[in-house]
Design a protein around this ligand. Structure first.
Ligand SMILES: O=C(O)CC1=CCC(=O)O1
Length: 94
């Protein structure tokens, strides 16, 4: 199942510098492992925002929820999930 997920990051200004660095490093490692595993298909920076737009390919809603819930940055994010279906004009879908 394909999902587009928009993640808006809002780290507190007063977050301890070591906690911030550790959280960002863990976020990157977690994301890159899921990308290698094929579940996190792509990640794009939204220009001018501390946000990303990502595509996930996961077995079901519960798996996506598990992935998002375990994001190290989860406590500092607003997340918007859009389930995707094939578009009838997509020439690659024949
Ligand atoms: O910087 C971001 O958009 C937050 C994020 C999600 C996965 C990752 O590596 O960074």
């Amino acid at each position: 199942m394909l999902f587009a997920v928009k993640m808006d990051v809002a780290l507190p200004q007063d977050l301890d510098a070591d906690v911030r660095a550790d959280t960002l490093a863990r976020e990157k490692a977690y994301s890159q492992q899921l990308q290698r595993d094929g579940e996190w298909v792509s990640i794009w920076r939204i220009v001018g925002q501390y946000s990303n737009l990502s595509i996930f390919d996961v077995r079901d809603n519960e798996r996506l929820h598990e992935i998002l819930w375990n994001l190290p940055l989860f406590p500092y994010m607003n997340i918007e999930v859009s389930p995707l279906a094939q578009h009838p004009s997509d020439i690659s879908a024949v």
